[in-house]
Design a protein around this ligand. Structure first.
Ligand code: ATP
Length: 442
């Protein structure tokens, strides 16, 4: 048997649409560029990713969660530096009129049009990536607000609220999952770079001087996390930002990169943001954001170690990682291809598929009862249409780790067959043991 992994993204885009992971936004109107909708499978997968991250972050004594609003006072973005510096250099090709990011396609140190390869370009203009909108019924400048381009600022402006109400002492962290918006010049590669996306960010507040150690610890914790949710370690690496690539707020920065079919790309940023953000908000708001250290009997502005991962990007990495084709030559010389989404079971959109061997009412009754019982504990899917072989293949393609087949004997012996996705091995067990079997396997 030959195993092929995902070679081009289009294969995944097609599978996602065919099976219901991800659809183009507003598709019946021709689609909205760079926006995507998660279907029944995609939403389960993404929720599993979020749950894994949320639990890893907040089920520890030193991190609490919040959920801040997307719209914030415009001063927040002035203080954070986004109004001034959250820009990308935009150029137009004089030959084919293509508009693109100056740093998108650089050959021998020169920007080259990715469409027609001309180097005859306009001067670069700085383009701010923040989406503007208006608050209230009259479109006046004073009512201009931004859709947040990152979730982090919602955490910084709530630092004091959270620290005092949760009665946390340093070091402690605040975690948040939420939508962010960036008017990217060149979105693309499916859900990799979009204009609306979800982020999972955690800001860890530490005493100045403890930041370097904490930074190293968080790098390790975050890399371990990806392994725990089943991402192949060979497809992950760190990449350090050189001094010229550091963001205006950063003292140090590492990206976690994943090997996508289109190359190594960032999925998470781990940053030492120093005391930049809290100092800026203290200056612009006039409110003290100093922390009183009861042990050292001194006041200071904490340093921040940030871990920022894109939920959609990570979900895309998990989809890429899970895909495999098993090619086998059959006795009749024909080639059989089994497509499997080999998700770690905890990430799989459905844990179990219930498959009655036939639609006969007495069999269906047993299968539906089992489905409803198991649905109390797991995400379950039910399928009674088509041959059992085809139904197994359908489940393989959406990554369901277990198929439970209810057959005619089940009515007499109260037992069912459980088929495992990766080995295709089958065992027969009593129906009332299915729940504990799946729990154990998960
Ligand atoms: P990039 O260099 O790819 O634009 P970034 O360095 O600007 O990303 P951060 O600001 O550090 O990204 O955001 C943290 C994470 O948020 C990224 O690692 C990525 O997973 C996610 N993210 C950022 N921009 C987008 C986007 N346009 N679409 C999807 N996810 C994004």
């Amino acid at each position: 048997m030959k195993i092929k992994k995902l070679e081009d993204l289009q294969t995944l885009v097609s599978l996602s649409k065919r099976r219901g992971f991800i659809f183009q936004s507003s598709e019946i109107y021709g689609g909205l560029n760079s926006c995507w909708d998660y279907g029944p499978l995609g939403v389960n997968l993404k929720l599993n990713v979020k749950k894994a991250w949320w639990n890893a972050m907040t089920r520890r004594n030193d991190i609490v969660g919040i959920d801040a609003s997307i719209l914030m006072r415009p001063e927040v973005w002035r203080a954070s530096g986004h109004e001034e510096t959250f820009t990308d250099p935009l150029v137009d090709c004089k030959k084919c009129k293509n508009r693109f990011r100056e740093d998108e396609n650089v050959i021998d140190g020169k920007a080259v049009c990715p469409k027609c390869e001309s180097t005859d370009l306009t001067e670069a203009r700085n383009f701010n990536l923040m989406f503007k909108t208006f608050m209230g019924p009259i479109e006046q400048d004073s009512d201009t607000v931004y859709l947040r381009p990152e979730t982090a600022q919602g955490i910084f402006v709530n630092f004091e609220n959270v620290q005092t109400t949760a009665r946390k002492k340093l070091p402690f962290g605040i975690a948040q999952i939420g939508k962010s918006f960036r008017n990217e010049i060149t979105p693309g590669n499916f859900t990799f770079r979009t204009r609306e996306f979800e982020q999972m960010e955690m800001q860890y507040f530490v005493k100045p001087g403890d930041d370097d150690k904490s930074f190293e610890e968080w790098k390790q914790i975050r890399m371990d996390f990806f392994g725990k949710i089943g991402v192949n370690k060979d497809n992950l690496k760190f990449s350090e930002h050189g001094p010229n690539a550091l963001a205006h707020y950063a003292k140090a920065a590492f990206d976690v990169e994943y090997k996508f079919p289109f190359g190594w790309q960032e999925i998470e940023g781990i940053h030492n943001r120093s005391d930049f953000d809290l100092s800026q908000h203290q200056k612009h708001s006039g409110k003290s954001l100093e922390y009183f250290d009861e042990v050292a009997k001194e006041k200071y502005i904490p340093f921040v170690i940030e871990t920022a991962v894109g939920c959609d990007r990570l979900t895309l990495a998990i989809l890429c990682d899970a895909y495999r084709e098993e090619h086998k030559t059959l006795d009749n010389g024909k080639e059989d291809v089994r497509i499997v989404m080999g998700f770690k079971p905890s990430m799989a959109p459905y844990k179990v598929a219930i498959l009655p061997l036939s639609k006969k009412p007495h069999l269906k009754e047993v299968a539906v009862k089992l489905r409803d019982d198991l649905s109390q504990h797991f995400d379950i899917t039910y399928d009674e249409a088509g041959s059992i072989g085809k139904r197994y293949r359908r489940q393989d393609e959406i990554g369901t780790p277990f198929c439970v087949t209810v057959d005619f004997e089940s009515i007499d012996d109260n037992a069912v067959t459980i088929r495992e996705r990766d080995t295709m091995g089958q065992i027969r067990i009593p129906m009332d043991k299915v729940k504990s079997h799946i729990f154990e396997a998960l």
